[in-house]
Design a binder for this molecule. Structure first.
Ligand SMILES: NC(=O)c1ccc[n+]([C@@H]2O[C@H](COP(=O)([O-])OP(=O)(O)OC[C@H]3O[C@@H](n4cnc5c(N)ncnc54)[C@H](O)[C@@H]3O)[C@@H](O)[C@H]2O)c1
Length: 386
């Protein structure tokens, strides 16, 4: 029997748009139990020419001139939003009003109030929503969650999480949407820190209180002329424009369950590439992960004999969540793109089965509340309740 089809309408064809398109192309080959095959029906971008080119390059059947045509199109089942942050809310609300399932990139919105409106609209629409916190889908992060839930660490005491990148550490990189408050909201915090908060919520529980500081170390960048991708470098003498949000944030955290922790988000962390890390420690053990070595989990068991006590490296393999869908042998390694394939798989299964996906807009709104609290704390230089 053939699989049911779900028609996808993708908005945006940049870094993440391409990642999502590749995941739809792969998901049916990786997952033989996929209940609904994605049909790459429509794509929209900032203008009709870009959308037409993107449709050709990414394998979509057709393109539209404006995203509003896509979100109301009768044949579209799932609206997939990979446009810059300021557009998420307007696009998602229009899609929800049209009764579509919505898959939206993180951060869910520019601030907690709009994220809450989106979560409420999703609840009322009764559709499936998902936010692109793909690192939650990494086999190691899922294995860590399983071990923590099974009590392997005992009582959870501490969380340490960071996302450090030097991807924007060159002052010659032009002023793009990520540096403009009305288009991006916060800077490193919403872009990178949101992933850490999502992991913290998933592994330890909700954050209750924060105390933070934020700084912008590259205060001005050259005006973007046309493109503003990560790899662009402006010519010397280009007019400068003031950066409107933070390059780095450090925060102390208190969790609902009593654990405490620290978080760092940094987009100018010289030498660091995709250094997304977490460490959770408890009364009986600890667990640590670094996305740059995403196929390894570090495990410490206080119950080991004293002369052999230390962190050990567990290499991901078919005994860990989802790994066996890709490879039958441990140590072959999954990559970032594979976490997107897993995310898309969970989304399609949830829609096909008419049940919620994880993390949904409610979870995305919870992350956004922590983002807002951290910004408020950094501005007012005091502890803030989430
Ligand atoms: N999950 C992750 O790990 C991850 C990684 C990178 C980016 N993101 C998120 O994905 C989103 C996009 O980021 P990106 O790096 O792909 O950005 P990008 O600039 O590479 O791509 C954005 C795309 O949106 C299009 N766009 C802009 N304005 C539009 C409009 N009015 N209508 C339709 N399309 C429009 C652009 O033309 C481009 O194709 C952001 O919200 C970002 O936070 C998530």
């Amino acid at each position: 029997m053939g699989r049911r089809e779900l028609s996808i309408g993708l908005i945006g064809s940049g870094f993440m748009g391409k990642g999502h398109a590749l995941s739809y192309a792969l998901v049916g080959r990786v997952f033989d139990d996929l209940l609904a095959a994605p049909r790459l029906r429509l794509i929209a971008d900032r203008d009709a020419d870009t959308a037409r080119r993107a449709a050709r390059e990414l394998g979509f059947e057709a393109s539209v001139g404006h995203w509003r045509e896509l979100v109301t199109h009768p044949e579209i089942d799932i609206v997939d939003i990979t446009a810059p942050n300021h557009l998420h809310s307007e696009m998602a609300l229009a899609a929800l009003t049209a009764g579509k399932h919505v898959y939206c990139e993180k951060p869910l919105a520019l601030d907690a109030a709009s994220a809450a409106t989106m979560a409420e609209a999703a609840r009322e629409a009764g559709v499936v929503t998902m936010v692109g916190f793909n690192y939650l889908k990494s086999p190691a992060a899922l294995a860590a969650k399983g071990l923590i839930s099974a009590g392997v660490l005992g009582e959870v005491w501490h969380f340490r999480g960071a996302f450090q990148q030097d991807v924007l550490a060159d002052p010659r990189q032009p002023f793009g949407w990520r540096f403009e408050r009305s288009l991006a909201g916060s800077g490193a915090l919403g872009d990178l820190g949101a992933h850490v908060i999502a992991l913290a919520h998933d592994l330890v529980g909700e954050v209750k209180q924060v105390c933070a500081q934020a700084s912008t170390v590259i205060g001005e960048r050259p005006e973007a002329l046309g493109g503003y991708g990560y790899r662009e470098v402006a010519a010397a003498g280009t007019a400068l424009r003031s950066v409107e949000n933070e390059d780095a944030v450090q925060a102390l955290l208190t969790f609902e369950g009593g654990a405490t922790g620290v978080l760092e988000a940094n987009r100018v962390a010289t030498g660091r590439k995709a250094h997304l890390t977490f460490e959770v420690s408890g009364s009986r053990g600890a667990i640590a992960w670094d996305h740059e070595r995403m196929n390894e989990l570090q495990l410490y068991d206080s119950g080991d004999p004293a002369d052999r006590r230390g962190f050990k490296t567990v290499i991901m393999g078919p005994d860990h969540p989802y790994y066996g869908r890709f490879w039958p042998v441990a140590g072959c390694g999954l990559g970032l793109g594979d976490t997107k394939v897993i995310e898309v798989y969970e989304l399609l299964q949830a829609v096909a089965q008419g049940r919620p996906a994880r993390p949904d807009f409610r979870s995305g709104a919870a992350v956004q509340r922590v983002v807002d609290a951290i910004l408020e704390s950094a501005q007012q230089r005091r502890w803030v309740a989430v």
